[in-house]
Design a protein around this ligand. Structure first.
Ligand SMILES: [Zn+2]
Length: 180
């Protein structure tokens, strides 16, 4: 069943459960360890189709996650987290293929209805790789400048994510609350 709306609260609680279960309290989050612990085997492979980021093959309670090793390390980590998100949140076809488009699709009103499962998988990935409690503990929103590329670069490196992913996460966590 595909959800009709992005279930942000549900995703956050699944993520918090996993972070507690694997005692992941420090950046970078070991996403491979978590995925393996949840029953997924991780494989790295080169794909002829460069637009494919990775795919998920389910078999009952276990799964294979295959990652395009031609993409950057940070993107490969995000892809693993995205596929784990599908595995934990969605029950769908036994094989799910993701392109760069779906893995890095941004959440906005125009795409929300159409790509709920993809946005959920991306929300899961961002939440588990950049846990909100960890970022809130080290960032003072009053002095945070999201436009400051040096600050974003340091955080991105620490969490093992791309700068774009970190910028987007910081905007979601801090920019909106500051406007209101
Ligand atoms: Zn996907």
């Amino acid at each position: 069943m595909t959800p009709l709306r992005v279930r942000y609260a549900r995703i956050e609680s699944v993520v918090l459960e996993l972070l507690a279960k694997y005692q992941s309290a420090k950046a970078p989050i070991d996403i491979v360890q978590i995925a393996r612990g949840e029953g997924a085997s991780i494989h790295f492979d080169s794909f002829d189709d460069k637009s494919v980021s990775g795919f998920l093959v389910r078999e009952g309670d276990s799964a294979d996650i295959v990652v395009n090793n031609g993409q950057s390390r940070e993107r490969q980590r995000f892809t693993i987290a995205h596929e784990l998100g599908h595995f934990k949140l969605h029950e769908r076809a036994p094989v799910h293929v993701d392109t760069t488009f779906s893995v890095f699709l941004r959440s906005d009103k125009s795409s929300e209805g159409k790509y709920v499962a993809e946005i959920e998988a991306n929300t899961f990935a961002a939440s588990i790789l950049m846990p909100s409690a960890m970022l809130r503990a080290e960032i003072d929103p009053a002095s945070l400048d999201i436009e400051d590329e040096a600050v974003v670069a340091v955080l991105a490196k620490k969490y093992g994510v791309s700068r774009q992913a970190m910028t987007y996460r910081l905007q979601n966590l801090f920019a909106q609350s500051r406007e209101t």
